[in-house]
Design a protein around this ligand. Structure first.
Ligand SMILES: *[C@@H]1O[C@H](CO)[C@@H](O)[C@H](O)[C@H]1NC(C)=O
Ligand SMILES: *[C@@H]1O[C@H](CO)[C@@H](O)[C@H](O)[C@H]1NC(C)=O
Ligand SMILES: [Zn+2]
Length: 502
């Protein structure tokens, strides 16, 4: 052959090497995921976007993921160079953000799985951009108040969760003064404890008072884990004539006035002092769940924080989205405790959230069977209380927050960073090198109707007060531990979320 022909053939060698390299990296090293944990056949890949929300700035570039963790962040001008031929998923203008961490959800499994259950609840969470949720110790049966009852939850979750799930344990009178029960429960892995200052509505979850809470805090101090408290305390109420129509929302509202929240918080603050530096429960932390009252209760919380109490507070999307004036007679989908209050109260909740006086958000997803929720022709006094929302909290927070100036940074703080801190999840809650690859990709400008044509993965879509609304902010994809668990309306076939034990 002539030398020109040789040169011609030799020129193919780099191309052949290149093809070999691609085949090798795709099919030989690392092994493609053969399980059904992910909709993506790669362990090592790059997510590319023009809007990646990192702790200090929103960047345009790539997030490199390998083995379930974020291993590098690359800014735009050099991402093509750095990424070379690696698998890239380019989401364009869609926002790439840490997945939501919902510190307050009731999945009711085991024991009342007909209300929700781990499979439907965590599929809905994945479809809504939630990558980790912490399950509440009540509404399942039995309540999670001992090492043995926690084990029932862990067993029920095995192979049935599409996102990561951790557990709160219950602080109840039965275990509050029994340190060995509490320590066994904490040693078995609950991330903290939860208690009620009013009847919980669940027989095997009785209420606690400040002395139980003081005991609980002293045990939690050693573990550096939080106590979450439902802060409403029953007070005398005076109903006038005409306040007795059970189909009227205002009747229900009058049965749980804001003074109940205020009284509970006032009592709580007599013991949160213990959490101050140098106090008898230093290391413990108290978190007030689902604050609805944005006046006196919030003032008390602000004051305690400024005095050095280790204290945080959450509110929920339904208090930010709805107001009492708008709730139709007989529409018991809106019943929850504490109740949704008036529009001026909602305005002040938003201001407190924007100012950082309310630290974070949670869903308080608390469904039941439609028969319990919608029964008795709209009787607000007898219907089950609890809002069903798990799949919708991202677009709801965004849609209703737009007029108050919500930003992506604030959103990440309320839904990822602060919740990660509360649940002691140091490797979650932000897009940073070394953190878990728990990521949501979504389109903040996209509107959609939550109607019959929107696929809802919750067990009972009809009980959700959000059905029928038009929302802004559509989830495109959700990654959990580096697995693409949801994209374009489709879930990965297998439930590969992990249980998080402390
Ligand atoms: C704590 O509970 C355990 C298990 O129920 C029981 O055996 C023990 O006697 C209790 N301890 C106290 C101090 O009540
Ligand atoms: C749902 O989709 C069907 C078929 O495209 C359409 O006929 C119907 O009007 C849609 N429903 C709503 C509420 O938009
Ligand atoms: Zn709850």
């Amino acid at each position: 052959m002539e030398s020109g022909t040789w040169r011609f053939l030799l020129s193919f060698i780099p191309i052949l090497l290149y093809l070999f390299h691609i085949l090798y990296s795709e099919y030989v090293s690392p092994k493609p995921t053969t399980s059904g944990c992910s909709l993506l056949p790669h362990h090592h890949y790059w997510i590319v976007s023009k809007r990646i929300v990192t702790p200090h700035e929103i960047i345009s570039g790539a997030v490199e993921i390998n083995g379930g963790s974020i291993i590098s962040l690359v800014k735009e001008k050099d991402w093509r160079e750095k990424v070379k031929n690696g698998p890239v998923i380019d989401y364009g203008e869609a926002v790439v953000m840490p997945g939501l961490i919902d510190v307050h959800a009731h999945l009711d499994d085991p024991g009342r799985a007909e209300w929700e259950g781990f499979p439907s609840g965590t599929k809905a969470a994945a479809a809504g951009g939630i990558t980790t949720l912490i399950d509440m110790p009540l509404n399942s049966f039995p309540s999670t108040i001992s090492k043995e009852t926690l084990q029932l939850k862990i067993d029920a979750a095995k192979g049935r969760i599409f996102v990561n799930v951790g557990f709160w344990g219950g602080l109840v009178p039965e275990n509050a003064y029994n340190t060995s029960i509490l320590e066994n429960l904490l040693n078995a892995g609950v991330l903290g404890l939860k208690s009620f200052m009013c009847p919980s509505g669940i027989n095997d979850f009785p209420m606690t008072d400040a002395s139980h809470i003081k005991e609980g805090l002293s045990v939690l101090a050693k573990y550096k884990r939080p106590l979450l408290v439902h802060a409403e305390k029953q007070q005398e109420i005076e109903l006038k004539d005409g306040d007795d129509d059970p189909r009227s929302y205002s009747t229900y509202l009058k049965t749980r006035p804001s003074s109940w929240e205020e009284a509970a918080i006032r009592e709580l603050l007599t013991v949160t002092k213990d959490t101050r530096i140098g106090g008898p429960a230093e290391g413990a932390h108290l978190h007030i769940v689902h604050l609805s009252d944005s006046s006196s209760s919030l003032e008390l919380i602000k004051e305690a924080k400024s005095n050095g109490d280790s204290l945080t507070v959450e509110t929920c999307p339904h208090y930010l989205a709805f107001s009492a004036e708008e709730i139709p007679d007989g529409d018991t989908r809106f019943k929850c405790a504490p109740p949704i209050r008036d529009a001026p109260n909602r305005q002040k909740l938003w201001e407190a959230l924007m100012d950082g006086d309310i630290d974070m958000l949670s869903s308080d997803h608390s469904p039941s069977e439609p028969e319990l929720k919608l029964f008795a022709e709209g009787d607000f006094l007898r219907a089950w209380g609890g809002i069903s929302s798990l799949q919708f909290v991202l677009p709801v927070t965004w849609s209703y927050g737009l007029k108050y100036g919500v930003t992506l940074e604030k959103f990440v703080s309320w839904w990822s960073e602060k919740p990660a801190k509360l649940a002691s999840q140091d490797l979650k809650g932000s897009i940073e090198i070394g953190k878990h690859a728990d990521i949501v990709v979504w389109e903040p400008e996209k509107e959609f109707d939550l109607d019959e044509n929107h696929t809802v993965h919750l067990k009972h879509p009809s009980i959700s007060a959000y059905m029928g609304s038009r929302l802004t902010g559509k989830v495109v994809a959700t990654f959990v531990n580096g697995n693409l668990v949801f994209e374009d309306g489709k879930h990965a076939p297998d439930a590969c979320g992990t249980t998080i034990l402390a």
